[in-house]
Design a protein around this ligand. Structure first.
Ligand SMILES: Nc1nc2c(ncn2[C@@H]2O[C@H](COP(=O)(O)OP(=O)(O)OP(=O)(O)O)[C@@H](O)[C@H]2O)c(=O)[nH]1
Length: 270
């Protein structure tokens, strides 16, 4: 049994669950259980308690599935970023990616469960024809350069052209200036990269796969922008090749909004 103290608005309540609740709960304290559950977090934070029953619960409640790409020159830290995001650890024995690698994670964005299906592509030119075949239908992308390498920054325009041409015009891209921890060796300033991002309608963050700084934020911000576009009607998840699928919870909501609401109210004891 998990006992979590949550604040709901201004009210502080004791919330006793065997399954976790994301509905606006802001965790202030938590307790480990025999299942190895650690903390849950409110808001847009990623749930760290995806074990056993809780993992199944989250899976069942999935609202959306987004296809993501990680692109950019070889050696910029794409695989390390993905590893840090999924495992919360730095991959210190990272080798060049051969073709593509895959990872997935469920995150919570503003109360919605989103499963990210992430394709980590090889940056080396010799794999370009293979990696290009994975662009189709991607909803979001991390476009990565290395702040200590101007060469990787100069290549961004080509990556961007490919992404917009092969994935989708509407693809949501976040520019990541990785290796933020190596500031002393910096070759690309924050200012010039943020101008580039603005001119090309990209979101922008400097990240460090080594320290973990801004890694989760990059994925979450990109997913949040996609969700906003869905809500505003700018993106249509039902359009072929949108890179978005409805998960079970969203489908239930679409089919029977009232029943879904009642059901989720029952599931959430807070
Ligand atoms: N200091 C520092 N080193 C990093 C960081 N991210 C990655 N590296 C190092 O950069 C090198 C390349 O990292 P990878 O993740 O393999 O690069 P990649 O972009 O996936 O490379 P390809 O698979 O060839 O496209 C490795 O030696 C990592 O240890 C970071 O944030 N800081």
């Amino acid at each position: 049994e998990l006992i979590v103290r949550v604040t709901l608005g201004k009210k502080l309540r004791e919330c006793v669950h065997t399954s976790l609740c994301w509905h606006g709960c802001l965790t202030t304290t938590g307790r480990k259980t025999s299942e190895g559950v650690s903390w849950i977090a409110g808001g847009d934070r990623v749930c760290q308690c995806f074990t056993g029953k809780h993992q199944r619960e989250v899976r069942r409640r999935k609202d959306f599935l987004f296809k993501f790409l990680v692109i950019g020159n070889a050696g910029t830290g794409k695989s390390c970023l993905l590893h840090q995001f999924i495992e919360k650890k730095f991959k210190d024995d990272s080798n060049h990616t051969i073709g593509v690698e895959f990872g997935s994670k469920i995150i919570n964005v503003g109360g919605k469960y989103v499963k990210l299906q992430i394709w980590d592509t090889a940056g080396q030119e010799r794999f370009r024809s293979v990696t290009r075949s994975y662009y189709r239908g991607a909803a979001g992308a991390l476009l990565v350069y290395d702040i200590t390498s101007r060469e990787t920054y100069n290549a961004l325009t080509n990556w961007l052209t490919d992404a917009r041409m092969l994935a989708s015009q509407n693809i949501v891209i976040i520019l990541c200036g990785n290796k933020k921890d190596l500031d002393a060796d910096r070759e690309v300033t924050f200012l010039e990269a943020s101008r580039f991002a603005q001119e090309n309608e990209l979101m922008f963050l400097e990240t460090s796969a080594l320290t973990g700084e801004n890694v989760e934020e990059a994925f979450v911000q990109c997913a949040r922008k996609i969700l906003n576009k869905i809500e505003s009607g700018e993106l249509d998840p039902e359009r072929m090749g949108s890179g978005i699928q409805y998960g079970d919870a969203a489908l239930r909501q679409l089919r029977s909004p009232r029943r879904a609401q009642a059901q989720s109210a029952q599931e959430c004891g807070c």
